[in-house]
Design a protein. Structure first.
Length: 543
């Protein structure tokens, strides 16, 4: 009689032992995991279940504690939290994928050649669209004019967006369709005129004179564009993007695609400023789903430095007759920020020039008064007067910057600003010190989507050719730990999402990326060549 009792006891013990092991979906072991947590700890294993990190630690401890459906031994490969891009244009990327790519064009003739090639492959397009030209990269650095476009495309309307999205080059056919003349004006913009005639270049708000007649993609087209953009993003390790200025219809479309399982990437949407949008969302209030957060508005204070639309406190060094301009009046900017302050929404304002930054820092400060948790942001913070830098810390304002802007602009920024004022531009380290954090994005498709290009630009202050030797204005380079935090946990903080993701920690959403080399130790010259091996969102492999 004792033997059966002993067998039953042993079986009960075995069953009890099995039941003590917790269930999980995935156990990752033998990895170098940069958690980006508060102590910046490095682990070698984690467990995922129901789309979240269940535990992080040593492989042996976790293997003893969890019974996982699948196990992955990564052979020492590096893992990071899923990368954030806190300032991007998601639908804009999808649209650009269907247009002529003019990025890197070495001359106006190169632009024409690329357009001809695109048109030969797409002869049925009603409008010939392209993006990415930058006259600062050409031997002739003056704005191009419409004559070459007219000669190549006399009967097809052409609209070519400058790389920064703040100037449009069009041909005569387009000017006629839009009824744009030398006398056409729009506050906060410029129709560039020469010899009494429009040259074909429209800057900032003046672009609306043409944009309003360009046929817009329908809902199905936009859905396809968003899905195409997602493929590009997740292949480069992005798991969350911040959509810097989209309409309510586009927000609803993204939400519907998420709910239908047709879009996986997470989106922190900034609502485009406009009276109907303000009225609608201030009444509705912020909202959040598993993949979409809507609690901020995107404001534009000024234009871009490359097109001389950035608003400066003193005239441009290479065009002393202008100091740029504001896109909205100070009174309107104050009215809008006051409305937002009285709501639960975050204000994220595009400021490039030192005058725009000065104005908005003071407007923010008037409302925020001191330290706070509103997390209002200055987008770009590109040229900030030294005496204004402390205001970021004084009023808890987050600088949301794009490191690749520095390395794209460095060849001509001093021409715009002069040798003294340029030293206060792209001052990432100085800005980071104010609140002990900063957010790094790309502004894609203005710059390349790849977040590792921004990482390289931030730490090495060099471009894709690893120039200049020694780096550009290295006094404002940041260390690698800060650069990683700026595109993970700090970026999540800038979006009120640090409790959900941005680091690899128990309870947080299992968004992570596996790279083919360790960006925390690889030589600077190898950083841009780093490849993404896998991207995971919510415990699901999406690349």
């Amino acid at each position: 009689m004792k033997r059966p009792l002993l067998v039953i006891t042993v079986l009960f013990a075995l069953l009890s032992g099995c039941s003590s092991r917790k269930k999980a979906d995935l156990l990752v072991t033998n990895a170098r995991i940069y958690t980006a947590d508060s102590t910046f700890s490095v682990a070698d294993a984690f467990v995922v279940g129901d789309g979240k990190f269940l535990a992080v630690g040593s492989a042996k401890t976790l293997a003893d504690a969890y019974d996982a459906d699948s196990t992955a031994d990564l052979g020492g490969q590096p893992i990071y939290p899923g990368f954030y891009d806190p300032h991007a244009h998601f639908l804009g990327l999808g649209q650009v994928l269907n247009q002529a790519d003019l990025v890197g064009a070495t001359s106006y003739d190169d632009v024409i050649s690329r357009l001809k090639s695109f048109y030969q492959k797409n002869p049925d397009v009603m409008w010939l669209a392209g993006r990415g030209w930058d006259q600062n990269d050409w031997a002739d650095k003056t704005f191009p004019t419409k004559e070459k476009l007219d000669a190549a495309f006399p009967n097809v309307p052409v609209a070519l967006m400058r790389v920064d999205g703040h100037a449009l080059l069009v041909n005569s056919k387009t000017l006629r369709l839009a009824k744009v003349t030398a006398g056409s004006k729009l506050p906060g913009g410029e129709v560039v005129v020469r010899n009494g005639q429009p040259t074909g270049v429209l800057v900032d708000n003046a672009m609306q004179l043409v944009k309003r007649i360009i046929p817009q993609p329908d809902k199905a087209d936009k859905a396809r564009m968003l899905q195409a953009a997602e493929k590009v993003c997740v292949a480069l390790g992005l798991t969350t993007i911040s959509d810097a200025g989209i309409s309510p219809d586009e927000i609803n479309l993204i939400d519907s695609l998420h709910k239908a399982g047709k879009l996986k990437i997470r989106d922190y949407a900034m609502i485009s400023l406009g009276e109907p949008n303000l009225t609608y969302f201030l009444k509705r209030g912020p909202f959040q789903t598993d993949r979409l957060t809507v609690r901020s508005f995107k404001l534009y204070a000024d234009g871009a430095l490359g097109s001389r639309g950035a608003c400066l406190r003193r005239p441009y060094s290479d065009r002393p007759e202008t100091g740029g301009f504001l896109l909205l009046s100070p009174g309107e900017l104050e009215r809008v920020t006051t409305l937002l302050h009285n709501s639960g929404f975050q204000a994220n304002t595009h400021c490039i020039g030192d005058s725009a930054n000065h104005l908005m820092l003071d407007l923010y400060g008037k409302l925020l008064k001191g330290h706070n948790n509103r997390r209002w942001r200055i987008e770009h913070a590109q040229v900030v007067s030294p005496e204004d830098v402390h205001k970021f810390g004084q009023y808890s304002i987050i600088p949301s910057v794009q490191p690749t802007h520095a390395t794209s602009d460095m060849y001509w920024a001093a021409n715009r600003l002069g040798p003294i004022r340029v030293k206060s531009a792209y001052a990432f380290k100085d800005l980071m010190k104010q609140n002990q954090l900063i957010a790094f994005g790309s502004d894609f498709p203005v710059e390349a989507v790849n977040p590792l290009f921004g990482f390289h630009a931030a730490v090495a202050r060099q471009d894709a050719k690893n120039t200049p030797t020694g780096g550009y204005q290295m006094e404002n380079a940041v260390d690698r730990k800060s650069a990683l935090l700026a595109m993970t946990r700090w970026a999540a903080y800038a979006c009120f999402e640090e409790q959900l993701r941005g680091s690899i920690a128990p309870g947080k959403q299992a968004d992570f990326v596996i790279l083919d080399r360790d960006i925390m130790t690889a030589p600077n010259a190898q950083l841009r060549d780093t490849k993404v091996k896998q991207t995971w969102i919510g415990g699901e492999r999406v690349h």
